[in-house]
Design a protein around this ligand. Structure first.
Ligand SMILES: Nc1ncnc2c1ncn2[C@@H]1O[C@H](COP(=O)(O)OP(=O)(O)OP(=O)(O)O)[C@@H](O)[C@H]1O
Ligand SMILES: [Mg+2]
Length: 506
């Protein structure tokens, strides 16, 4: 690579947080017209480094150069002025503002009188959404959008800046297959026009498809920069973890028990008077010691199915549900919990975690009864024991159980949400994309844990968008298509092709 092409460079950058050296003399290059994949385990320092390059963190050691000149950004705005834009891992939108207001926040176009030029703002926002093939009115409140749509708005916000260097921190984690394709097409255009891209992802297939070269971080240290040509996934993973990759999880076969959860004729109507069904006539059984996978394209109704069973839509849904043979009515999550159900949600920030509370408090929040002292007060020691158990078991990278959840890396936050659900020791566990944002090795550990729990008798429903994952851990898979069950597969019948085919619109 010729030096002139280097748009942005981090040289020997270090960043310390209380208790942790998040980056230790790290290097990175953003090169015009190239995609640099930045990889590393959860907590390796990827987001921290990107936050420095984009002016979010101003306090660090080392140098950041833009086109050969040292810059020390004091704000995101300064970084933007030098042509650096970032799409954050965690969504940063303001829920009660509309799409256009979010895209232009703090930089609204003004008319001759100095008022915000709303017409222009909406027209420009509309043009950006079109590039992303997002067909939503720009007046829509962000809180009314699906997570994937919010992610697209976040992307539109960065595109608006026409940056020379674009940082993308796990941009596809909640995009559907077709949304992902649109984004990849757009990246190809940007790359061809000379934009330099840093692409962070735990999905190796994406890295292979997009990257020209890869930068590997491990425990806050720079390990390597390699061209993709001539290297292998095994080699990259070895550099990431410092040893050979663990064997991929292999499920043990076992007998399933009696029926634990029986669902008959479940339907869910869209709110309002449209009369449209989001889910219709869904019936299935879930046995003790069974993992039932639910596969479907985004929008097929997977999350809504679990949420309906969990009592989130009592007024728009109907179903006959039995738990251990007894008919039950679940009209509220509290009732779901009382019947032994637990739901590990897809969106950790909105529904799963309290960011300014410790790992300990978050872990035990839903299971305080297990942490009472003889005087019926909360026993911090017991809480800590549980929190430490999950920190160790799930490999939550943190210096103590007292560390605030908000100070952990994205993947490690996800692990706490999982720990919190497991701690309730439910009879029936609903997992909605449990490994989103989790690195390759930690994923395997979570598969082992799911297998162990089911061998102890827990009945588990798992939603996953990753076919290899859902096929590895499920005993059966049902496919949802436009709100209805299209097919049911037993383990012997699993093939990627047939499952995918059953979920595509007829
Ligand atoms: N605000 C903060 N306060 C304290 N520690 C922090 C803070 N932000 C990050 N850290 C710590 O810095 C380290 C690096 O975190 P970072 O978010 O950069 O990881 P990451 O590589 O992006 O991981 P992931 O793949 O999980 O997103 C972690 O140990 C994390 O706990
Ligand atoms: Mg991160």
């Amino acid at each position: 690579m010729n030096r002139e092409q280097i748009l942005v460079e981090a040289r020997s950058v270090s960043k310390r947080f209380p208790g942790v050296l998040a980056l230790d003399k790290v290097n990175l290059r953003i090169v015009g017209g190239k995609v640099n994949a930045l990889v590393g385990e959860n907590g390796a320092g990827k987001s921290t480094l990107m936050n420095i390059l984009s002016g979010v963190y101003t306090d660090y050691e080392g140098e950041v150069l833009v086109e050969g000149e040292v810059q020390h950004f004091q704000s995101v705005h300064e970084a933007q002025e030098k042509g650096i834009a970032i799409i954050h891992q965690e969504l940063n939108l303001i829920p009660y503002m509309n799409i256009a207001e979010n895209i232009f926040l703090g930089d609204e176009p003004l008319n001759a009188l100095g008022w915000i030029d709303k017409a222009r703002m909406h027209a420009e926002a509309e043009a950006l959404l079109q590039r992303l093939h997002l067909k939503v009115d720009t007046h829509t409140l962000v809180s009314d959008l699906r997570v994937g749509e919010q992610q697209l708005v976040e992307i539109a916000k960065a595109l608006r800046l026409n940056a020379k260097a674009l940082i993308m921190d796990e941009p596809t984690s909640s995009l559907s297959e077709s949304e992902t394709e649109v984004l990849f097409g757009l990246m190809a255009e940007l790359r061809a026009s000379g934009v330099g891209i840093v692409y962070i992802s735990h999905k190796m297939d994406e890295v292979w498809r997009l990257a020209d070269f890869v930068t590997v971080l491990r425990d806050g240290k720079w390990v390597a920069e390699l061209p993709m040509e001539g290297c292998s996934t095994d080699e990259i993973v070895r550099l990431m973890v410092g040893r050979d990759r663990k064997d991929f999880f292999v499920k043990q076969s076992r007998e399933r028990g009696e029926v634990m959860l029986q669902v008959e004729k479940l339907s869910l109507r869209e709110p309002g008077r449209s009369g449209k069904f989001l889910l219709q006539d869904i019936s299935f059984d879930l046995h003790r010691s069974e993992v039932l996978g639910i596969y479907g394209l985004m929008g097929a109704g997977r999350t809504e199915l679990l949420e309906t069973l969990y009592g989130l839509y009592p007024d728009t849904s109907s179903a006959q549900v039995r738990i251990e043979g007894k008919p039950v009515q679940i009209r509220h999550p509290q009732q779901a919990v009382a019947h032994g159900l637990a739901l590990c949600p897809e969106d950790r920030k909105l529904e799963g975690l309290v960011l300014d509370m410790s790992i300990r408090t978050n872990t035990t929040l839903a299971s305080l009864l297990q942490c009472l002292s003889p005087l019926n007060t909360i026993h911090a020691g017991k809480e800590r024991k549980w929190a430490d158990h999950f920190r160790q078991r799930l490999g939550i990278k943190s210096y103590s159980a007292e560390q605030l959840a908000g100070q952990l890396s994205g993947g490690n936050q996800q692990k706490i949400v999982l720990g919190k659900c497991l701690m309730t020791q439910p009879k029936v566990l609903f997992l909605d994309e449990p490994t989103r944002g989790i690195d390759i090795n930690a994923k395997n550990e979570i598969y082992r844990l799911i297998d162990e729990l089911s061998s102890q008798g827990m009945a588990i429903v798992l939603i996953s968008s990753e076919l290899p994952e859902i096929m590895a851990i499920s005993d059966r898979i049902i496919t949802l298509r436009q709100g209805c069950i299209s097919q049911c597969f037993t383990r012997e019948e699993f093939t990627e092709e047939s499952i995918l085919k059953a979920s595509l619109p007829a």
